[in-house]
Design a protein around this ligand. Structure first.
Ligand code: NAD
Length: 471
């Protein structure tokens, strides 16, 4: 049995979670499964570590993060194999995720060092503040509760854990049950890295057991990444806490008549089908203006048909298995439903076990799930619109709003898109799937609340404390 990490120490339990190799279907590990009692002990330890964590100097926090980063870096090849095995992630995508994880730690270390009191301008129109000076310090909020999804099991854990260390917050993290090994690898890298006793726990568990992170008063901040159904429910339970929700999406990309179509088609193909579309900012809706829709369609069909699906250990594979076969069945049921409603399959549309072919559709009726819900699979739908303004309206016709991509060479259209798109981020000249670790990342509408990216996550894990001095 692989142990979990409770209060900074390895521990086993009576129950386990089986972890499978997602492509081979073979057992990979049996991981200790935490119950309510383990969470209680973890929270007690984290609560007890609050002041020790808060007392770490910025250079000490950065030192912990650098130490963890270098340990993870030494294990790079093993971590790539782990992502391929437990996540079914194609090996090229797995390498990118490991490198991004190292960057997340590096950026968090840099942010830890940048912490400093900020002077406050008191404004003196009435004369009331004359003779006073003020500054603000960001102080750690206290214990953080983290819940993470399966699709980036390493880097999305890093995006919670590394800012928590930088901010000085003890934490308890529950990783996705299908991919707990990556989170435990990050926990292992933090062992003996200089954190106070009991400061952190990584506890694989059944979902509902982790609801305590939303209800327990010792947790001051809940940060959840996952589906909107689970996220909003947890936010309701956590009504007394600060909450960050990084939820799903049905990201759109706009292509207009001024775009380089070969470049757009190549990028869209990767972003729609890469890692089987199991990314919250995977391209799901391809919105093309009428003047280029046919030409773009031709290029997309050609590329989609060439996409390699199957063995994630094959260097050429873009589409690996979905997280389980049930998900693959669901995705094809949505495709069938769209076809019954009038859509045409331009490429793909079939599956072999958990592997769904890169599937391109057009003509789906508004309201069909492939357009309006989150497919979270290798399925994208081409949508024709008369002009650029209609394209922007189409992007906004969604209950989600994470990121949007716009391929246009027209600067005024780019500016217009930035003005009106209801999303957390607009990417001009590339797909909505583009992300750098340091940027603010998160959504509006059903895509969530709050932002990640170390600087923004640290802000959400700290409270401003004001000092006023009569001078
Ligand atoms: P999920 O919502 O099923 O699970 C997410 C986590 O919540 C898992 O650890 C799960 O065990 C846990 N969970 C489930 N029920 C729970 C409960 N009642 N109480 C507490 N925890 C519970 O999501 P998933 O299938 O793992 O991940 C896919 C989803 O995540 C997609 O919707 C995707 O868009 C979203 N996602 C969002 C982002 C982002 O940054 N916005 C990034 C990656 C994934």
């Amino acid at each position: 049995m692989d142990p979990f990490l409770l209060a900074g120490a390895r521990e086993t339990a009576d129950a386990t979670i089986p972890v499978l190799d997602k492509h081979r279907g073979t057992p990979l590990a049996e991981v200790a499964r935490a119950d309510a009692g383990h969470f209680d002990r973890a929270l007690r330890a984290a609560d007890g570590a609050r002041s020790a964590m808060a007392s770490l100097r910025p250079d000490e926090r950065a030192g912990v993060l650098e130490q963890a980063r270098s340990r993870l870096g030494e294990r790079r090849d093993a971590l790539v194999e782990l992502l391929v095995a437990e996540g079914g992630k194609p090996v090229r995508a797995a390498r990118v995720e490991v490198d991004r994880t190292l960057t997340t730690f590096a950026v968090s270390a840099r942010e830890a060092l940048a912490a400093a009191d900020e002077p406050v301008s008191l404004g003196d129109a009435s004369g009331q503040a004359r003779g006073y000076a003020a500054r603000v310090r960001r102080v750690p909020i206290g214990v953080a509760g983290f819940i993470t999804p399966f699709n980036f099991p390493l880097n999305l854990v890093a995006h919670k854990v590394a800012p928590a260390v930088a901010a000085g917050c003890p934490f308890v993290l529950k990783p996705a049950s299908s991919t707990p090994l990556s989170a435990l690898a990050i926990g292992e890298a933090l062992l003996d890295a200089g954190l106070p006793e009991g400061a952190f726990s990584v506890l694989p568990a059944r979902g509902p057991v982790a609801e305590v992170l939303g209800t327990d008063d010792r947790v001051r901040k809940l940060s959840f990444t996952g589906s909107d159904a689970v996220g909003w429910r947890l936010a309701q339970l956590a009504w007394r806490k600060r909450v960050t929700l990084e939820l799903g999406g049905n990201a759109a990309v706009v292509v207009d008549g001024t775009a380089d179509l070969d470049d757009a088609a190549a990028r869209i193909t990767n972003a729609a089908f890469g890692q089987a579309g199991q990314s919250c900012i995977s391209v799901q809706r391809i919105v093309a203006t009428a003047d280029v829709a046919d030409a773009l369609r031709e290029r997309l069909v050609e590329r989609a048909r060439e996409v390699r699906a199957g063995d994630p250990r094959d260097e050429e594979t873009l589409v690996g298995p979905m997280i389980n076969e049930r998900e693959a069945e669901r995705v094809l049921a949505w495709v069938d439903e769209a076809v019954a409603g009038g859509a045409t399959v331009l490429a793909g549309g079939e599956r072999d076990g958990a592997v769904v072919q890169a599937t391109l559709l057009e003509g789906a009726a508004p309201g069909s799930r492939v357009l309006d819900d989150e497919v979270f699979g290798p399925v994208a739908t081409l949508v024709r619109v008369p002009d650029f303004e209609a394209a922007l309206r189409e992007v906004n016709r969604s209950r989600y709003g994470l990121q949007a991509g716009v391929f246009t060479a027209d600067r005024s259209r780019a500016a217009r898109a930035f003005d009106v798109l209801e999303v957390g981020g607009v990417v001009i000249g590339d797909v909505p799937t583009w992300r750098a670790e340091a940027m603010p990342y998160g959504g509006v509408k059903d895509s969530g609340v709050g932002r990640e990216g170390p600087r923004y996550a640290i802000e959400a894990l700290t409270e401003p404390r004001l000092l006023v001095e009569r001078t």
